[in-house]
Every structure is written in C-alpha cells, then in structure tokens.
Design a protein around this ligand. Structure first.
Ligand SMILES: Nc1ncnc2c1ncn2[C@@H]1O[C@H](COP(=O)(O)OP(=O)(O)O)[C@@H](O)[C@H]1O
Ligand SMILES: [Mg+2]
Length: 235
C-alpha cells in the first residue's frame, strides 16, 4: 500500500504542480492516474519512486515513512517502476538485462517467459543487443519485461502504452491482470486500461485532483468540464 500525505511539488519556475495531495493507493488494487498533459502525472510517480523529492509532504509504503529513502532503498523495499521512455544500455543483451533486473542468472527458458508475456517472440530477442536497431515499441516491451523480472510488491507504470500501438492492447492489459496480487499504479489515458482500474486518480490544472472508484470517476468524466480536461490529453 502506498500512502501520500499532503504532498506539494513546485518547480523553480512553476508552482503547485502538485498541491496538498493526500491519497491511499490500496494494496493489491489497480489505480490508474489520468488527466491532461502537464497535469503532474509523471511528477507524481517520480515522487513515489524517489526520483523527485516533494517540496513538502510524506510518502508511506506499507506503514513505513519512505519520504527520505533513496530510489535504491525504495526498490529494495519492493517498489518497481517502468519509465515513460525506456532506459537504454547500448550493447548489453536482452538476456543479460533481464538477469540484472532479476538479480540472478536465468535459463533461456526463464528469460523467454518474461519476453513472451510482453508479446515478443522470445527466440528472436534473447541474444539481441540493445541498440538503435530496436524500434521504440520493441524497447518499450523489453522495458516492461525488465520490470516484471525485477519483481516487487508495488509497480509503477508511466504511460506503458506509449509506442506500442501495433501490439494488441489485450496483451498489455493481460500483463496488468497477471499482476493481481500486486499494488499497481498506471499512468494512462487509454479506455481499456481505465476499464481495468479499481480506482482512478484524475489530475486537473493547478494541482486539483479527484480520486474515487472507477465508476465514480468515469461518471464524473462525462461532465463537460472534466471531459475537456481528458480530451486535451490526446497527443
Ligand atoms: N523541473 C521542472 N521545472 C519546471 N516545470 C516542470 C518541471 N517538471 C515538470 N514541470 C512542469 O510541471 C507540469 C507537470 O509535468 P508532468 O508531471 O511531466 O506532467 P504529465 O506527466 O501529467 O504530462 C508540466 O507543466 C511541466 O512542464
Ligand atoms: Mg508524463
């Protein structure tokens, strides 16, 4: 369970990106964070992961105050993040990358399992090196496979659908559904991902936010003002 207590975040030239935000991301549930471009979604997941420090407020995980924990300490405590833009380590093989994430040597079969989960034909990729020759979509899927290999109890995904439009959404949704015993936080605008949310956090302009069950938030999205906020998100 992740709890945010009175989180504020202002950048040097932009105030109130996040304003007095207090919510609980319930354990073993899927919470989708959505809202217009620039509403603070990536900022919020970076605060949870420890990449950014809030201007004030606290981040708690499973009853522990982790506000001052480093990214590494958070990862050790079971927090795993897949980035909006995949991290690239050129020259390393896909198998090695997945082994590093998993913390031990793996058989080809074990690596293949992770790759198959993200819709990659495993035998074509196990010994591939990370390089510019991989497409954005392939990199993104490898990033997802790496997150799965890392394990953990709380997963953060920032726009996991970006760049994988050719891959059936059902595959992506299937991954989240296979993580049912984990606490999942997904930044997304996609209807199919909103459909599997237990709860939705809708971020608005100037730090305004609404949090509720999927049904509560989806019915409020039909109100014109919120609807416009969501339409703005389509790039
Ligand atoms: N370090 C920073 N300095 C100034 N503005 C920032 C900084 N980081 C984020 N912002 C601004 O804060 C807002 C929220 O950014 P972000 O969290 O990336 O939004 P989202 O992921 O919802 O599109 C944007 O307007 C962005 O330009
Ligand atoms: Mg973002």
């Amino acid at each position: 369970m992740i709890e945010l207590k009175n989180i504020n975040y202002s950048a040097v030239d932009k105030n109130d990106i996040i304003k007095d935000l207090s919510i609980v991301f319930p354990e073993k549930k899927i919470t989708v964070i959505t809202g217009a471009n620039g509403s603070g979604k990536s900022t919020l997941v970076k605060i949870i992961m420890g990449i950014l420090k809030p201007s004030s407020g606290e981040v708690w995980m499973n009853g522990k105050d982790i506000t001052n924990f480093s990214i590494t300490d958070r990862a050790r405590n079971g927090l795993t993040m897949a980035f909006q833009q995949p991290v690239s380590f050129k020259g390393i093989t896909v198998k090695k990358l997945i082994e590093i994430a998993n913390g031990k040597s793996l058989s080809v079969g074990q690596v293949c399992e992770y790759l198959s989960k993200v819709g990659l034909c495993a035998k074509d990729y196990v010994n591939r090196e990370l390089s510019n020759k991989l497409s954005g979509g392939e990199m993104k899927r490898i990033e997802l496979a790496v997150s799965l290999a890392k394990g953990g109890s709380v997963y953060l995904f920032d726009e996991p659908e970006a760049g994988i439009d050719l891959w059936s959404f059902d595959g992506l949704v299937g991954i989240f559904e296979s993580l049912k015993d984990k606490t999942i936080i997904i930044v997304s605008h996609q209807q199919k991902i909103l459909d599997i949310a237990d709860n939705i956090l809708l971020l608005g302009a100037n730090g305004k936010y609404t949090f509720g069950t999927r049904d509560e938030i989806m019915s409020s999205i039909h109100r014109p003002r919120v609807c416009r906020a969501l339409e703005d998100t389509h790039e």
